[in-house]
Each structure stands twice: as structure tokens, then as C-alpha cells.
Ligand binder design. Structure first.
Ligand code: G16
Length: 543
């Protein structure tokens, strides 16, 4: 088989964002775009000769075509082996597990996560390192540098590899192993949780709905919840993955998973409900009549993880991204656990997990996970919740009420302004930065500003420093505003405004979050002039 060396030139805009390179699918389909980026990954990581890689994606439009290109490029650059999910499918946590379990050098995950899929929507490519986690900034920086100097790429001319059947084959001397995408992951979950207790919960009539949102978790949820845990088949909704996620937006939040939210809020709704996203790493948790914010979910899981066998001996520590609420910190303080605050992006948890400093991590953006893999893990979070419900014998509402009574409640909400003009967004950020020196000590909407700064992170393990990680305004009493620009969007800029208020009065635990946060929301408007600068009179998404 022939290896072709194709002459190319750098293509603008190949800088990896919060989690890999995400672009419009049509951009990825333009001549050389995918090939340039894949060759730049190889160049950035020091080549793939003699190395084993894992490959899989969330099944969105262009997934299998991209997989065929990546296989031919891995073969052309001398990779020893690629382990690929059947039909090029692997959820993000399953890919992370596969890299770790097989001792692979790294892996490529094809996904734009919660972004919609289809020829007119989004596609993405991410490189994960040997620990199974997203490449840290040091590595993505080298990949980006390589995209700016690329002059050629290597690719094998060959017919498509059959990825529909589990088994082994070769391509230009490179081994290809097509694996069942679900089996190893399901086995891992079974090793962490008390499946007997969860099985007994379902057998006792406990009802649940899991919305796979026509995305990658359908087969995983069906295997684990229905086949292994005995939940009725109707437990898994929208279980068949489709290349455009059924035309939907596979983001598990109250906006995009509204039918599920409506169901649990109804009179005859299930006891428990959850949803996951395009590539299976995010989760949303609901109980009958109650929506749990990701920040609260993380805190409650940290406080109750001991119900699961894997965490029965306690946690080594916990970590959250900076914009995530401080609910976790209250649990950590009460339990004497170290609590780390990292920038947005799962990659920042990798060192803490590898170094044994943290067991549980989470983010406000619907991400929760632990040290079993190096990605956030949607189904894992759902199973830990089930294990906690089974172990505690409490309903979701009762569990939350007890939690807030013990630790206080961090009212929390995120307001997103999507597709904003990039210059206007940058101007808004500069406007807020410009007030840092004068804000402390002032009173805005009845709130006294205590601090105003831009978050920078010094990694305690490798000493690296990451700057420009979000603007923070702290108020007396622990309330807070955080403003940052998303690193995952593909059109214009998305401004995220994170709002938080700490409530310790036991009589005030049942307020509507938007009402409880009214003064903080008004203060954000006063400080950032969001309406005037974006031309919007309301956020596009409120979570
Ligand atoms: C990715 C990252 C997360 C991050 C989220 C939102 O999630 O893995 O760590 O919190 O993006 O990032 P941003 O606020 O920059 O848009 P996913 O699920 O998209 O891979």
C-alpha cells in the first residue's frame, strides 16, 4: 500500500479550545483541514511511530469518515496499532478508560460534545494523553504551533477499513483492533458501584428515566441500566444514537432537555431522572419535582460517596473548576478534605487525579467525575446517584433538603449570551477588568464588593501557570459573580455569567434561584453593562 505525502500549508484557526478543536462540520470537511490538524497532532506529540492509539467518537455526522482518514494517517506515520470502537463509536469516558486499560500512548476522540451535530452543525477532534485525559496546555500548545508551520502530511491510499465488525485487521502494516465500545466501560462501572443495591432499588418499584438525547450513551445506558441493573426498558429514552442527535441539541440542561424536566415536574413523574450529552461525559440530575444544579450534585455526591464501594474508605480530596459554586468547599471543610480550585476545562484535573490529591472532581457545566478515568463521566454520575439513593434510602428531595440544612445552600445560576459579536464581548471583558482597582469597598445593588480580580492557576503538581481564566467579583457574605468567555463555541463569542449567593438561614432554602439571586444578577448588569454591550435584553440560556 502506498504512502502519499501531500503538500499543504497552515490553515488559520486550528487552535484547540477548552476541549480540543471544535468547528463547523463543513469546515472540518474542507480540503486538508482535518488532515492538517491530525498531522499537527502527530507532529506536536513527537510522532506516532511504533505507538498504540485509541480512536472513537460520539457518532455524529462525519464521525466515521474522519475515523477512516485518521486511521490512514496513523498507518502512514508508522503507528503500531489503533484500537477503535465498533463503527468508530466510543463515549468520551469509555475512550479514556480504553486508553488507560490498554496502556495506549494516547487517543483521538471525535466529538463536539454537547454541540449539535450534522453537516451544518459542529464537529470536533481532541487528543488525549496516556493518562486518558485531555491533553494539557503544554501539549495542545505544541499541537497549535505545529498547525502554524505544517508543510505536508502523510496518508495511506487504501480502501475503507471495515469498522462494523469486532475483530482484528491490518492497514499498511498497522494493526487495527475493532472493539465493542460498551463492554469494558460497563465492567468498570460494575467494579465501582454496588450493583446489587441498585438492582434491589429498581426491583422495589423505584422509577427512573434516562434521556440519552439520541446521542452516544444510548447503548451504554441500555446495557448498564436495563440489562445489568434490571430497570424496565422504558427507563432509557431516545436511546438510539443518530448522526444529528435526532435534530436536537444534545446538551443536558433544563433548556435542551426540557421534555425530561417537564416529566419529573409532573404529578406522575419518575422518582429520579438524568440525561447525558453528545459524547456521554456530561450529566443532568433531577428528582421528582426538583432540578439539581451540577454544583449541588457535586457537593451532595462528595458528602455521600461512601455509599459506593469504590469510595467507602473516603476521598483523597476534591476539586472543582473556579466558576463552579462553593457548595463543594463547604463539604470539604466539614470533612477535612483538601479542595482544589482549577480553571474551566477537565484537563486541569488530570494532574490532581494522577498525583492522588483528589478523588472526585466537578464543574458547573454538567461535568462530574472521579479518578476511575480522566474525563468527566455522565453515566458514572448517574450510577453514583443511584448508589447513594439506594444506600441512604432517601428520595432526591429529602437528600437535598438534608444537605442544605447541614451545609447551607449556594444558590447558583449561569446566564449565557451566545453568538455575541467577538469584539463586543472582548470590550465587555475589558470594561470589567478596568474596574478592578476601584470596585472593592463599593456597594452595588446592596452588595458590598470585597474583591475583584482575574483568576490565574498555579498547578500544584507541575508548577505550570494558566492566566486569564475568568473575571471574579466577590461580595461580603460569599456571593460572587464570575464572567468568562466560552472556549467551546464555534460562532462568535459566548459570554458566561456565573451567579452565586450563599444562604445559611434554614427558613430560606426553598426559594426560586433566579429570585434569590436577583441582587447578584442586577449587580452583574451594573458592572458589566451586558445589555448595552451585547444588544441582548435577556440571556439565551439560563442553567
Ligand atoms: C468542555 C470541557 C469542560 C468545560 C466545558 C465548558 O466540556 O471539557 O471542562 O467546563 O467545556 O467550557 P466553556 O465554558 O469554555 O464553553 P465538553 O462537555 O464540551 O467537552
Amino acid at each position: 500500500m502506498q504512502v502519499t505525502t501531500v503538500t499543504t500549508a497552515p490553515i488559520e484557526g486550528q487552535k484547540p479550545g477548552t476541549s480540543g478543536l471544535r468547528k463547523k462540520t463543513r469546515t472540518f470537511m474542507e480540503p486538508h483541514f482535518l488532515e492538517n490538524f491530525v498531522q499537527s497532532i502527530w507532529n506536536g506529540i513527537g510522532g506516532v511511530e511504533g505507538r498504540t492509539l485509541v480512536l472513537g467518537g460520539d457518532g455524529r455526522y462525519f464521525n466515521e469518515r474522519a475515523a477512516q482518514v485518521i486511521l490512514r494517517m496513523a498507518a502512514a506515520s508508522g503507528a503500531a496499532k489503533v484500537i477503535v470502537g465498533q463503527n468508530a463509536i466510543l463515549s468520551t469516558p469509555a475512550a479514556s478508560n480504553m486508553i488507560r486499560k490498554r496502556g495506549a500512548f494516547g487517543g483521538i476522540i471525535m466529538s463536539a460534545s454537547h454541540n449539535p451535530g450534522g453537516i451544518d452543525e459542529d464537529f470536533g477532534v481532541k487528543y488525549n494523553t496516556a493518562n486518558g485525559g485531555p491533553a494539557p496546555e503544554g501539549v495542545t500548545g505544541k499541537i497549535f504551533e505545529a498547525t502554524k508551520t505544517i508543510t505536508e502530511y502523510r496518508i495511506v491510499e487504501a480502501a475503507d477499513v471495515d469498522l462494523s465488525t469486532v475483530g482484528e485487521t491490518t492497514l499498511a502494516g498497522m494493526e487495527i483492533e475493532v472493539v465493542d465500545p460498551v463492554a469494558d466501560y460497563a465492567e468498570l462501572m460494575e467494579s465501582l458501584f454496588d450493583f446489587d443495591a441498585i438492582r434491589a432499588l429498581f426491583a422495589g418499584g423505584f422509577t427512573m428515566r434516562f434521556d440519552a438525547m439520541h446521542a452516544v450513551t444510548g447503548p451504554y445506558a441500555t446495557e448498564i441500566l436495563v440489562n445489568r441493573l434490571g430497570a424496565p426498558a422504558e427507563t432509557v429514552m431516545n436511546a438510539v444514537p443518530s448522526p444529528d442527535f435526532g435534530g436536537g441539541h444534545p446538551d443536558p440542561n433544563p433548556i435542551w432537555a426540557k421534555p425530561l424536566v417537564d416529566l419529573v415536574m409532573s404529578q406522575d413523574g419518575p422518582d429520579f431522572a438524568a440525561a447525558s450529552d453528545g459524547d456521554g461525559d456530561r450529566n443532568m440530575i433531577l428528582g421528582k419535582g426538583i432540578y439539581i444544579t451540577p454544583s449541588d450534585s457535586l457537593a451532595v455526591l462528595a458528602a455521600n460517596a461512601h455509599h459506593a464501594p469504590a469510595y467507602a474508605d473516603g476521598l483523597k480530596g476534591v476539586a472543582r473548576s473556579m466558576p463552579t459554586s462553593g457548595a463543594l468547599d463547604r463539604v470539604a471543610a466539614a470533612r477535612g478534605l483538601d479542595c482544589y480550585e482549577t480553571p474551566t476545562g477537565w484537563k486541569f484535573f488530570g494532574n490532581l487525579l494522577d498525583d492522588g490529591r483528589a478523588t472526585l472532581c466537578g464543574e458547573e457545566s454538567a461535568g462530574t467525575g472521579a479518578d476511575h478515568v480522566r474525563e468527566k463521566d455522565g453515566l458514572w454520575a448517574v450510577l453514583l446517584w443511584l448508589n447513594v439513593l439506594a444506600g441512604s434510602g432517601k428520595s432526591v428531595q429529602a437528600l437535598m433538603a438534608a444537605h442544605w440544612a447541614e451545609y447551607g445552600r449556594n444558590y447558583y445560576s449561569r446566564h449565557d449570551y451566545e453568538g455575541v459579536d467577538a469584539e463586543a464581548a472582548a470590550g465587555l471583558m475589558d470594561h470589567v477588568r478596568g474596574q478592578f482597582a476601584t470596585l472593592p469597598g463599593t456597594v452595588i445593588e446592596g452588595l458590598t464588593v470585597e474583591s475583584a480580580d482575574e483568576f490565574a492557576y498555579d498547578d500544584p503538581v507541575d508548577g505550570s501557570r494558566s492566566e486569564g481564566q475568568g473575571l471574579r467579583i466577590g461580595f461580603a457574605g460569599g456571593s460572587r459573580i464570575v464572567i468568562r468567555l466560552s472556549g467551546t463555541g464555534t460562532v462568535g463569542a459566548t459570554i458566561r455569567v456565573y451567579l452565586e449567593l450563599v444562604e445559611t438561614d434554614p427558613a430560606a432554602m426553598d426559594r426560586d434561584p433566579q429570585e434569590a439571586l436577583a441582587a447578584v444578577i442586577a449587580a452583574a448588569e451594573t458592572i458589566a453593562q451586558i445589555r448595552a454591550r451585547t444588544g441582548r435584553d435577556a440571556p439565551d440560556v439560563i442553567t
